[in-house]
Design a protein. Structure first.
Length: 367
């Protein structure tokens, strides 16, 4: 018996937080809206499409957003409202499938290979979902339809905002060949530059370079990139995603040197260990083997250092000690100041040593 070709939809709400603010406050419609607290330490949560034309983007410093778009209207985030709308959207998804994998409040994967309501095609289902979202919430959503999650997510960006795009199985090779490697999940500016040094700019270049040479240079992530260049992604839509990382982080009122971070690291390690305890109660036997230290410099450069030891941390103090020790692996100038620190646990495995199923891109991205 042949396995049916999978039909995956990735639905992504358009400028979600900003769009909710514009919907609920008519005076904001047509205005460049930035969802963020104003202040020297704040970052942008979301930007309306009007603000994006000025170069404002999510996660940039709020002060920079203000300089790029002085006329922007800053609105503090209201996550209770965003969560309420997200629940409305989820209820619409549930009319068509039980296989729903939320990625955040504003996006999700849906497996409609065998839908609850068969409209003849996944494309028709995506269109009806988007229409229902607009009818019930007065907000727009974009969608990508494809044979796997990787392709569906890329496709959902193709006709944004308020559009959809389908990548049929017969289109995969031609669709991916000219695609810039920077469009691949997990390929940031640093990795993109490394690939450019090798003459790799598109997925077709990745294919030509070969899996073995890529793996020699970039390890497991190199081989994964080669697979992505051919559109290979076997991940299933998981309606209950296993926890991939437990972490706590904090932004300081003032920037601090590396040697002043220890009390903050230990405080955050305590919070992470508490979260780990709750995860253990839900899923006994899942053990986190990797300790992660996250840092962000005063100029917003992010870096992580991690350690997977022979034995996993077995106490809050052990976690804190390892996280503090990871500072020795930070090779930035001693005068560097840091605005944020985080402590995390990842690399989950079952008690018998078998790796827990992890997200393709989170597990593959190089540290």
């Amino acid at each position: 018996m042949n396995t049916p070709q999978r039909k995956i939809i990735h639905v992504d709400m358009d400028a979600f937080y900003a769009s909710v603010e514009q919907r609920d406050n008519p005076s904001l419609r047509g205005q460049p809206v930035v969802v963020a607290w104003k202040g020297s330490r704040s970052v942008v949560c979301a930007a309306s499409y009007e603000a994006r034309t000025f170069g404002v983007r999510s996660a940039m410093p709020a002060l920079r957003a203000e300089k790029l778009c002085p006329q922007a209207v800053f609105v503090p985030p209201d996550f209770s409202r965003y969560k309420a709308v997200s629940r409305q959207v989820r209820s619409i998804f549930e009319r068509y499938t039980h296989l729903i994998e939320p990625l955040s409040l504003d996006e999700a994967y849906l497996d409609v290979t065998t839908p609850l309501r068969d409209l003849g095609s996944a494309t028709a289902i995506a269109q009806e979902i988007r229409s229902a979202i607009f009818e019930q919430t007065q907000l727009t959503a974009s969608a990508g339809i494809a044979p796997n999650k990787f392709l569906a997510k890329i496709a959902s960006d193709w006709n944004k905002p308020n559009g959809q795009f389908v990548v049929k199985p017969t289109m995969v090779d031609a669709f991916l060949a000219p695609l810039a490697v920077g469009k691949l999940p997990g390929v940031g500016k640093v990795m993109e530059a490394k690939l450019a040094e090798l003459g790799i700019h598109t997925c077709n270049d990745l294919r030509s370079f070969g899996a073995e040479p890529l793996q020699l240079r970039f390890g497991r992530w190199g081989r994964r990139l080669h697979e992505l260049a051919f559109g290979i992604d076997q991940r299933e839509v998981q309606s209950e995603r296993a926890t991939l990382q437990i972490s706590s982080e904090d932004t300081f009122p003032v920037d601090l040197p590396l040697d002043a971070l220890e009390p903050h690291i230990r405080r955050l390690a305590a919070a992470t260990w508490q979260g780990y305890g709750k995860e253990w109660q839900r899923h006994p036997g899942r053990i986190a083997r990797t300790v992660v230290l996250k840092l962000k410099t005063a100029d917003f450069r992010s870096l992580t250092r991690s350690l997977t030891g022979a034995e996993p941390p077995t106490s809050e103090q052990a976690l804190a000690d390892i996280a503090c020790a990871l500072r020795a692996r930070v090779d930035l100038p001693v005068q560097t100041r840091y605005r944020l620190v985080g402590v995390g646990l990842s690399g989950f495995a079952e008690a018998d040593g078998s790796p827990a199923q992890e997200d393709l891109f989170l597990s593959a991205t190089p540290a």
